[in-house]
Design a protein around this ligand. Structure first.
Ligand code: ZN
Length: 254
């Protein structure tokens, strides 16, 4: 028994992630969002054992994906229809790590996707037992040096982290020194296991020791096992380093 009859219905869950279904210039069907498109179409020359392989075109890059093989590798038995397999494979890959297809999702849908909001900008350097991970912030241009802007309160960093919440709220943005792209690295109204919806305040630039304002940023997350790598982390620590700072400085404990 198959549940899905065609490409459109098999991938209609993408609508929840801000995609729309449309045709491209060659009248082929695809799902598209502002960052690019996901297009699947038959490539009959790869037709073997009665199961066609798919050519996947994403943002003008073409990759062949063997849906049948990918489906079996999920540990499932081949008992459903082909489009059901398409649905399972694409959905699993997006839930697991959308980097596989380089299929970018609009940030406003992150909460529905259930993965760490900034995972695409983290170069993971350490993972511990599915409960902790540590990564270095990296801009899409490859640069890892940033200015930091925040809405919290800056302290002297002696008894607490350098930035603490201001009226129960802090948002922290990192701005790439190379290309100016801004990455929201922490938002207490959205991130973590207990986000608190509050008013947002004005951004101030983080400057340490009077003139240090560019930083390499390391972020650490602690999790409950079942929520690992989602946006539902228990704690988050943000450390910065700079050539002019003698050691790491913890700027946020969230
Ligand atoms: Zn950049």
């Amino acid at each position: 028994m198959s549940k899905y009859k065609d490409f459109e219905t098999a991938l209609s869950f993408l609508l929840d992630y801000g995609f729309e279904y449309c045709s491209d210039i060659n009248n082929r069907k695809c799902y598209k969002n502002e960052y690019g498109e996901l297009m699947l179409y038959w490539k009959m020359i790869d037709y073997d054992y009665g199961v066609p392989k798919l050519l996947i075109k994403i943002n003008y890059n073409e990759n062949i994906i063997d849906i049948d093989k990918e489906y079996l590798s999920l540990g499932k038995k081949r008992t459903i229809g082909f489009y059901d397999m398409v649905h399972e494979v694409i959905k699993t890959q997006i839930n697991k790590n959308n980097k596989i297809f380089d299929l970018r999702i609009n940030p406003q849908y992150y909460d529905q996707i259930n993965y760490l909001r900034i995972i695409n900008n983290l170069e993971i350097i350490e993972e511990i037992d599915n409960v902790a991970l540590k990564g270095i912030l990296k801009c899409n241009c490859g640069c890892n040096e940033f200015y930091i802007y925040h809405t919290g309160k800056q302290t002297k960093g002696i008894l607490s982290s350098d930035i603490v919440k201001y009226k129960k709220q802090v948002v922290m943005n990192a701005q790439c020194v190379n290309c100016n792209e801004t990455i929201k690295i922490y938002d207490s109204t959205f991130d973590g296991i207990k986000p608190i919806d509050t008013k947002k305040y004005e951004f101030k630039k983080l400057v340490l020791k009077k003139d240090i304002d560019t930083f390499k940023i390391t972020i650490m997350y602690n999790y409950y096992k079942e929520d690992y790598k989602t946006n539902k982390f228990v704690e988050c620590f943000i450390d910065v380093e700079s050539e002019k700072l003698k050691k790491f400085k913890r700027i946020l404990e969230g």
